[in-house]
Design a protein around this ligand. Structure first.
Ligand code: FPP
Length: 326
C-alpha cells in the first residue's frame, strides 16, 4: 500500500508548509533546481561553510530526495552507509525485450542505452563509486553483421550524446577491454569521452567542498575475462624479473588487469533470468554478491537498482571467514 505521510514545516514561528511529504520534497526539489547557485551562496553566508560551487547543496538534497522517492516506491529501506562501492552489471535481455514487442533487435539495444543512462545516474545518486557494465564481449563479434553494426553505432552515439551529461555529473568513463580492436570512429569518440570526463572529474574533485570524488563508469568493450587474465600474466612476465614474479601477490597482479587499481565489485547484477558469468570479470568477481533478476535489461530502472542494492545490504559477506564483514 502506498504510504501517505504528512509533513509540517515551521519557519520563524509560522507554519510554512503542511501537506503530503512527497509533495514537499517535489517543491523543494523544484526550488533547488531553479535557485541552486543562490541557495548555495545563502547557505555559505549563513552557515559559514565554504561552498565554492552552489550545486553541492543542490546535489546533496537531490540525492536525499532520490532515496526517499525510491524507498516510497519500493517499500524498502536503504542503509546509506552500506551502499556497494562498486557494482558490475551484465545488461542482458535486449533481444528478448524487442522480440516481445515485435521489434527489431536494434530497438532492444537502443532501449538498453536508455536503461544504462538511468542506471548511471541512479548509481551516482546512491553514492556508488564504480559502475562496470558489460557492453560488448569479444564473443559478440560473432553476431550478425547488422547487429554488430547497430551496437557500434550506438556506442559512438553514446560517446557523443552523453558526454555533456556525464561531465556535468562528474562521471569518468573508462574502457575495460581491447579498445584498439574497435573501429576507428568508435575508438576516437571513446578516447575523446574518456579524456574529457577524466579531466572534468579531476578538476571538480580538486575544488569541491564536500570531497565528492564523482564516479567511474567502466564500459567493458571488446572484453573477455580469460583474455584479460592472460594479458595480465604476459604483462607481468614481461615487466618483472623471475624473483619479482615469485613474490607477486594477488593485489600486485590485479594492477596488471584492465581494471588496474580499482576496487573489486561488491555486487554483480545480471538481468533477464540468465544465471551465468559469460566470461565477465572472472578475477575481480571472486567475492562479489550475485543478484539475478528476470527483468529484461531495457526494463531495468532506478527502482530495480534500488531493490538490488537493498538485497545486497541483507547479505552476510564473510569473504571465506565465519564472521560478517561490516
Ligand atoms: C545482451 O542482450 C546485450 C548486449 C550484448 C549488448 C549490451 C548493450 C547495450 C545495453 C547497449 C549499448 C551500450 C552502450 C554503452 C552504447 P542480448 O542481445 O543478448 O539479449 P537476448 O539474450 O535477449 O537476445
Amino acid at each position: 500500500m502506498a504510504s501517505f505521510r504528512l509533513f509540517l514545516v515551521f519557519w520563524g514561528g509560522k507554519v510554512l508548509y503542511f501537506g503530503p511529504w512527497r509533495l514537499c520534497w517535489r517543491l523543494l526539489y523544484a526550488i533547488i533546481i531553479r535557485y541552486d547557485r543562490k541557495i548555495g551562496v545563502l547557505y555559505q553566508k549563513t552557515s559559514g561553510i565554504d561552498l565554492p560551487d552552489g550545486s553541492v547543496f543542490g546535489r546533496f538534497v537531490m540525492n536525499l530526495h532520490f532515496v526517499a522517492n525510491m524507498e516510497a516506491q519500493t517499500g524498502l529501506h536503504l542503509a546509506v552507509d552500506k551502499v556497494p562501492r562498486h557494482i558490475a552489471v551484465v545488461m542482458d535481455g535486449n533481444g528478448r525485450w524487442a522480440r516481445q514487442r515485435g521489434l527489431d533487435r536494434s530497438a532492444g539495444h537502443r532501449a538498453g542505452v536508455d536503461a544504462l543512462d538511468k542506471t548511471v545516474l541512479a548509481c551516482r545518486r546512491l553514492g556508488v563509486k564504480y559502475l562496470t557494465v558489460y557492453a560488448f564481449s569479444t564473443e559478440n563479434w560473432n553476431r550478425p553483421l547488422a547487429e554488430v553494426g547497430t551496437l557500434m553505432s550506438l556506442l559512438s552515439e553514446f560517446a557523443v550524446s552523453k558526454l555533456a551529461r556525464l561531465k556535468e555529473n562528474r562521471v569518468e568513463v573508462r574502457v575495460l577491454g581491447d579498445l584498439e580492436g574497435l573501429p576507428l570512429l568508435q575508438r576516437t569518440a571513446l578516447k575523446q569521452l574518456m579524456n574529457v570526463t577524466a579531466a572534468a572529474r579531476l578538476i571538480k574533485a580538486a575544488g569541491d567542498a564536500d570531497d565528492d570524488e564523482g564516479m567511474v563508469l567502466n564500459l567493458a568493450l571488446n572484453y573477455g575475462g580469460r583474455a584479460e587474465i592472460l594479458q595480465g600474466i604476459k604483462r607481468a612476465a614481461a615487466e618483472l624479473s623471475a624473483e619479482e614474479l615469485q613474490q607477486l601477490t594477488e593485489a600486485d597482479f590485479s594492477r596488471y588487469l584492465h581494471s588496474g587499481e580499482q576496487p573489486d565489485p561488491d555486487l554483480l547484477i545480471r538481468t533477464s533470468g540468465e544465471l551465468r558469468l559469460s566470461n565477465f570479470l572472472l578475477w575481480q568477481l571472486a567475492y562479489a554478491e550475485f543478484y539475478f533478476t528476470d527483468v529484461l535489461w531495457p526494463d531495468f530502472d532506478e527502482a530495480e537498482l534500488f531493490r538490488a542494492v537493498c538485497e545486497y545490504q541483507q547479505r552476510d559477506r564473510r569473504f571465506g571467514g565465519v564472521q560478517a564483514v561490516k
